[in-house]
Design a protein around this ligand. Structure first.
Ligand SMILES: CC(C)(COP(=O)(O)OP(=O)(O)OC[C@H]1O[C@@H](n2cnc3c(N)ncnc32)[C@H](O)[C@@H]1OP(=O)(O)O)[C@@H](O)C(=O)NCCC(=O)NCCS
Length: 176
């Protein structure tokens, strides 16, 4: 059991859903094949996520571990959370994640966009991004921003995101 896992009991790691947008499957993709064992890809806005499963996804894409109590809080206070699942029969596996914070009127910022490495390069990151942008647009949010790691700038650029529009620079303040 990892360090953080040892600090939280299992009852701590399920994020209680907000009153709205729970258990809502917003789209499904056919992942190919016609047999009963073939997979479907589902997108969900349900916030009731197993944080250990999310941590595994974040580990798989090589992100540094974060305290689960803070991850839980971040999810609770996000404006929109979208998870992406591979579903085979009754089994489902978390294969992608993204969330947005927002002022609920004009602006939203995307965070934690990830697709499990085993599922990358199949168009699923693009599909995930399209879902989150579509959801935000349906809430009449028009200004969608994100902070791109250098190696994914072109991924976002291909989806219509513009680096430094009109010379605007993202600026950061960190504690010393
Ligand atoms: C970035 C990420 C979400 C892309 O997901 P993905 O499922 O592999 O992407 P897709 O297969 O949907 O690719 C869609 C398009 O983007 C391109 N693309 C994918 N990753 C790219 C990258 N790193 N740089 C440039 N283009 C990229 C693909 O070639 C594809 O192009 P096409 O539409 O012309 O065929 C995924 O690689 C990932 O989770 N990376 C690790 C976590 C991470 O870095 N997240 C971003 C933090 S800011």
């Amino acid at each position: 059991m990892g360090f953080w896992k040892s600090l939280f009991s299992s009852s701590d790691v399920t994020v209680p859903p907000r009153k709205t947008r729970t258990q809502e499957y917003i789209a499904a993709l056919d992942a190919g094949g016609n047999t009963s064992s073939s997979a479907r890809i589902l997108f969900s806005t349900d916030r009731e996520l197993d944080l250990y499963e999310l941590e595994e996804l974040c580990d798989a894409v090589g992100w540094s571990r974060r305290p689960l109590r803070k991850v839980k809080k971040a999810i609770q206070h996000s404006f929109l959370v979208i998870s992406m699942w591979e579903v085979r029969g009754k089994r489902r596996r978390l294969i992608g994640f993204a969330r947005a914070t927002s002022d609920h009127a004009f602006n939203a910022t995307l965070w934690d966009v990830a697709v499990h490495p085993a599922f990358q390069g199949k168009g699923l990151g693009k599909a995930l991004m399209k879902q989150i942008v579509k959801k935000l647009r349906s809430e009449d949010i028009s200004n969608i921003t994100l902070f791109a790691d250098p190696h994914v700038v072109d991924f976002y650029r291909n989806l219509g995101f513009i680096p430094d529009p009109e010379g605007i620079k993202g600026m950061f303040w960190y504690p010393n």
